[in-house]
Design a protein around this ligand. Structure first.
Ligand SMILES: CC(=O)N[C@H](C=O)[C@@H](O)[C@H](O)[C@H](O)CO
Ligand SMILES: CC(=O)C(=O)O
Length: 307
């Protein structure tokens, strides 16, 4: 086991989309240019793969392994930190993916709660997370809290209680929720021991005030540079500029929401804005009409190229 402390992830973490061919198969060849784009064009040095944005739950264990291996391989020397999401409905599948993530060189793993049979108590969820973590005991472990998608409404601050004793590799929470009291309690109880990564990009600024250590989200794929300005402004105490950055994102998302902003639209928007060909989403998600994507991409350029 390494004698040094695990490196800490800070700043922006792009939750990557999964590149597919027109036929809906993995398109691994896009991963290397994707990583180059994030580094060079967006100044983003951390990635979170196979999560919500990456439609991770829609892929088979084998596909998820291929993706994790390729992202880790191509990220070497270019990204500072790769977190692989390994949550599944089956505990055994998650354990297999956790072990695999360690073998291919991930810097950390994250796990959502199972969402068909749901844990009824924080205790039950902690025991589940402990099992997954035990398959890769030296890999930094993150709990991924996303109640709107899992339907598991346990407070993250309850899940984190005493978790370090159960999971020695516990390193933090990816908190994708709007309950800022729960988020605040996570920060308070962590006592700076583990990280709080916030996951609702449109209200990142609020989480920074409460002590977020970093941000994981889909918008950092194409608005990384913009969000880096927000982080700098906040760090310098320039709240007017930080708010202006955040409000621009809110104006943009309010516009995009009128068209039903979802992972399909988001992925197609990324293809349009980056020039990468990420392909369609996987069923049951349905692609968005290209005219709609073009309208939203245009709005995005209008807002963010001027500011
Ligand atoms: C539900 C979902 O996908 N949440 C993402 C992260 O967890 C966010 O990055 C959102 O995509 C983003 O905040 C836009 O709503
Ligand atoms: C957005 C996000 O954090 C995820 O894709 O899981």
């Amino acid at each position: 086991m390494a004698s040094h402390l695990p490196r800490r992830v800070t700043g922006l973490v792009a939750a990557t989309f999964t590149p597919l061919t027109e036929e809906g198969e993995l398109n691994l060849s896009v991963i290397e240019p994707y990583i180059n784009y994030l580094g060079k064009e967006q100044d983003v040095r951390n990635i979170f793969v196979n999560g919500t944005t990456g439609e991770g739950m829609s892929f088979s264990v084998e596909e998820r392994k291929s993706l994790a291996a390729e992202w880790c391989l191509r990220a070497k020397g270019k990204m500072d930190y790769v977190i692989v999401h390994v949550g599944c409905l089956s505990l055994k599948d998650s354990m297999e993916l956790a072990q695999h993530a360690g073998k291919v060189g991930a810097d950390g793993i994250a796990v959502v709660s199972p969402s068909f049979f749901k844990p009824k108590t924080a205790d039950a969820l902690r025991l589940y997370l402990q099992k997954v973590a035990s398959a890769a005991p030296t890999l930094p472990f993150y709990y991924y809290h996303i109640p709107t998608l899992t339907g598991v409404n346990l407070l993250a601050s309850d899940v984190c209680k005493g978790i370090k004793k159960l999971i020695p590799s516990f390193s933090g929470v990816k908190f994708t929720g709007t309950d800022l009291m729960d988020f605040g309690l996570c920060v308070k109880y962590s006592q700076a021991e583990h990280l709080l990564l916030y996951g609702i990009d449109e209200q990142l600024l609020t989480s920074l005030v409460l002590g977020a250590n970093g941000a994981v989200g889909s918008l950092y794929n194409y608005l990384g540079r913009h969000y880096n300005k927000l982080l700098v402004a906040f760090a310098e105490g320039d709240l007017d500029s930080a708010r202006a950055c955040q409000f621009n994102v809110q104006v943009f998302l309010a516009f995009a929401s009128q068209y039903g902003f979802d992972v399909a639209l988001n992925k197609q928007l990324m293809s349009d804005l980056s020039g990468l060909n990420l392909g369609p989403p996987r069923l049951p998600v349905i692609p968005c009409p290209s005219a709609t994507v073009a309208t939203i991409a245009e709005k995005c350029r209008q807002i963010f190229l001027q500011n």
